[in-house]
Design a protein around this ligand. Structure first.
Ligand code: FES
Ligand SMILES: [Fe+2]
Length: 498
């Protein structure tokens, strides 16, 4: 009996020791026992695994950002379906995209810096360094042999994704276990398909919007809101007429097409659009010119409406829009005459165009943010809508398409009741746009110099000329403050927009 008790006690001690040892080894395996992943599941990054576990979303190349706006010398955070990525440009001009978490202790790499001398991305928490393939090349805290041993472990490196730049748009293949070359057999998943009809070297405007991808898509397939929501910016309220719109019936994984006839800027417009699911809507329409005289004038420069918008689900309640604009330099056919307005617009600095675009998107931002909150509160999705007119046909089609082929990331975060946050143009656009960032820096420099000039002119105020300079400096300071404010403070009051 005593012998049996001792044996069972010994067995118990052995089991406890074994458990403790296993726990200890697994807790410190990252530093003490480099391991090679044994299954494909282990080889997936946390982001890939999260996308695998999420409800299905079309597996295509994903347009994450515009290289026309990205800062080449600093890492930029990117989001897709709630996952975080970081991009930076390596010395050979190629863009790299990684998971935005340092393998050491998960600090965001987008808070780090690009070391141009070493051509590496540095995590600025403890200084680990990664090359353009995401391979760790430096652990400052480890001696040579520890570092060599650690580097044999895949956990030492950061996941890097296949990247393709097409017409200034940075496409990424974020999915696990699939070859991006699959797009050869499925051309509707390829970057070239999404960017068809867009000029080479086009300019862009990107904004992260406080409403979801589905709400943004819904807004873009709906031309009927333009006369009201964008009154005074594109057309006016008087443009509103009953809109003829075809009902897209041929819904497929590739998307759908529709035709429409409406009026904007006092001119009738007729055309069509294609939804290249799940990210792009491309419009092309012709304007009917109002008088014969004007028709003559415009014979060589027909007015057409061309719009390509990219829409990305970034995280619940947020989406990214990338609007494609005209290239800075344009090859004009000999007999084609470019319209003067288009010519002037093309010559404007990008930061100024972005300021107009910010204002344009401000004008329906609150509608969309609170509309989707109310839709979610009612819990019946788009069935909560009442849409008797033809102009909403595409909204219905889009909702059907989403139900069939995608899912909406959710649940929504709490509504943004602070309008300063809701309309924050700087966090939504400016801080990640190299054109707006450098323009704002120039404005700050001008302000400093003008303040200096003001101080000097006040010291010399007994001279009339100095007093004039002081007055002009004050005026200039006032204007510079207004420009600076335009980079950050958005908002729109329809009750004041007559
Ligand atoms: S968390 Fe990146 S180096 Fe420590
Ligand atoms: Fe900008």
């Amino acid at each position: 009996m005593a012998l049996r008790r001792s044996i069972s006690r010994l067995a118990m001690v052995y089991l406890v020791t074994l458990c403790l040892k296993t726990a200890f080894v697994s807790a410190f395996s990252s530093t003490n026992t480099p391991t090679t992943p044994t299954s494909s599941v282990q080889q997936r990054s946390a982001n890939q695994q999260a996308l695998e576990d999420a409800p299905p979303f079309p597996r295509t190349w994903v347009p994450l950002a515009s290289v026309y706006e990205l800062h080449p010398d600093r890492p930029t955070p990117l989001r897709f379906l709630g996952q975080s990525y970081v991009t930076y440009q390596s010395n050979d001009g190629q863009w790299a995209v990684f998971d935005d978490a340092c393998p050491h202790r998960l600090a965001p790499l987008s808070e780090g810096r690009v070391d141009r001398q070493k051509n590496r991305l540095e995590c600025s928490y403890h200084g680990w360094e990664f090359d353009a393939d995401g391979r760790c090349q430096e652990i400052p805290q480890a001696d040579f042999s520890t570092m060599q041993k650690a580097m044999q472990n895949e956990r030492c490196h950061v996941k890097s994704y296949p990247v393709h730049v097409e017409k200034n748009i940075l496409f990424v293949w974020p999915w696990a276990d699939e070859d991006p070359l699959i797009t050869v057999s499925q051309p509707h998943c390829a970057p070239e398909h999404f960017m068809e009809g867009v000029s080479e070297n086009c300019t862009t405007y990107t904004r992260d919007l406080p409403y979801g991808w589905d709400t943004l898509l819904e807004n873009i397939v709906d031309p009927s809101h333009v006369p009201f929501a964008h009154h005074g910016l594109q057309g006016k309220r008087e443009d509103a007429i009953p809109i003829n719109m075809t009902s897209p019936s041929d819904l497929s994984p590739e998307g759908f097409v529709f035709q429409f006839e409406d009026r904007t800027m006092s001119m009738r417009r007729q055309g069509g659009a294609v939804f290249r699911a799940p990210f792009v809507i491309h419009y092309k329409a012709d304007f009917e010119t109002p008088s014969k005289e004007k028709q003559k004038k415009r014979a060589n420069s027909p007015k057409v409406f061309n719009l390509t918008a990219i829409m990305l689900p970034t995280k619940p309640g947020w989406s990214r829009i990338i609007l494609m604009g005209a290239p800075r330099t344009k090859q004009i056919e000999k007999k084609e005459k470019e319209r003067l307005v288009a010519k002037i617009f093309r010559k404007l600095p990008s930061w100024l165009v972005h300021t107009f675009s910010n204002r344009f998107l401000d004008s329906d931002l609150a509608f969309l943010h609170f509309q989707e909150q109310e839709r979610e509160r009612r819990g019946v999705d788009a069935r909560a809508y009442f849409m008797p007119a033809q102009s909403d046909r595409c909204v219905s089609a889009l909702r059907k398409w989403i139900l069939q082929y995608a899912h909406i990331p959710g649940p929504l975060p709490a509504p943004l009741t602070d309008r300063g946050v809701l309309f924050n143009r700087w966090t939504q656009h400016g801080e990640h746009c190299r054109h707006c960032t450098s323009a704002r820096k120039r404005v700050a420099k001008w302000r400093t110099n003008t303040l200096r000039l003001l101080a000097i002119s006040l010291v010399l105020a007994k001279f009339t000329a100095a007093r004039v300079v002081a007055a002009l400096s004050l005026l200039l300071l006032n204007r510079l403050s207004a420009v600076d404010k335009a980079f950050s403070d958005g908002g729109f009051s329809h009750y004041d927009n007559h």
